[in-house]
Design a binder for this molecule. Structure first.
Ligand code: URA
Length: 188
């Protein structure tokens, strides 16, 4: 990990502008534990859940297990992060969706991560990441099923359902992910 990335991670840790969430600051997880730009694939989720907020690591709960299967299937070296870096909770301490204000306040730091990690490909998981990064007025279903290569700052960017949605709907993603893998291989 270079100095720029270490400094950026410290900046994220010390960022006080969006502390509506709870638990630990959750920044990244990578296939090999390190980040060496240019990375192959940056995966962007929504926000940490309970297990992530305890461990400080993204996608370690049930959704993370499903995501790992997808990433194994894709086969790229990856780094995973979220748009929002703290677990959003309601008055009862339950998970909630991040507010548009939270998303907006974290967006500049997410953009700094993208600049520092220099991904060759980006994969956006779910509606929050889709809307935050691509700012497209398209539903997650439309975007996921379009099998289209989008571009974010000239980086080939792909969109797919959030793993929690896949689990909830018992969704068989194999043939979708095969198509995505072909597109990604062409784009890298
Ligand atoms: N869901 C997300 O979007 N991110 C995580 O890190 C965990 C669950």
């Amino acid at each position: 990990m270079n100095e720029e990335i270490k400094n950026l991670h410290n900046k994220i840790l010390n960022y006080n502008g969006a502390l509506y969430g709870s638990g630990k600051c959750v920044i990244f997880r990578s296939k090999d534990g390190d980040i060496n730009p240019p990375i192959d694939l940056l995966v962007i989720g929504e926000a940490p859940g309970y297990y992530e907020s305890i461990s400080g690591v993204p996608f370690v709960g049930k959704a993370g297990k499903e995501l790992d299967k997808i990433l194994d299937f894709l086969g790229f070296n990856y780094v995973i992060t979220n748009v929002v870096k703290y677990r959003p909770t309601d008055e009862k301490g339950q998970d909630r969706k991040p507010t548009p204000q939270e998303v907006e306040s974290w967006l500049p730091l997410l953009e700094e991560q993208i600049s520092a990690y220099k991904p060759k490909l980006i994969l956006l998981l779910g509606d929050t990441a889709l809307k935050a990064v691509l700012k497209l007025n398209m539903s997650i279903t439309q975007a996921s099923k379009s099998f289209k290569t989008f571009y974010h700052k000239k980086i080939p960017t792909f969109v797919y359902f959030h793993p929690s949605y896949l689990i909830r709907n018992n969704y068989d993603w194999k043939s979708d992910i095969e198509k995505l893998k072909d597109l990604m291989k062409k784009a890298i």
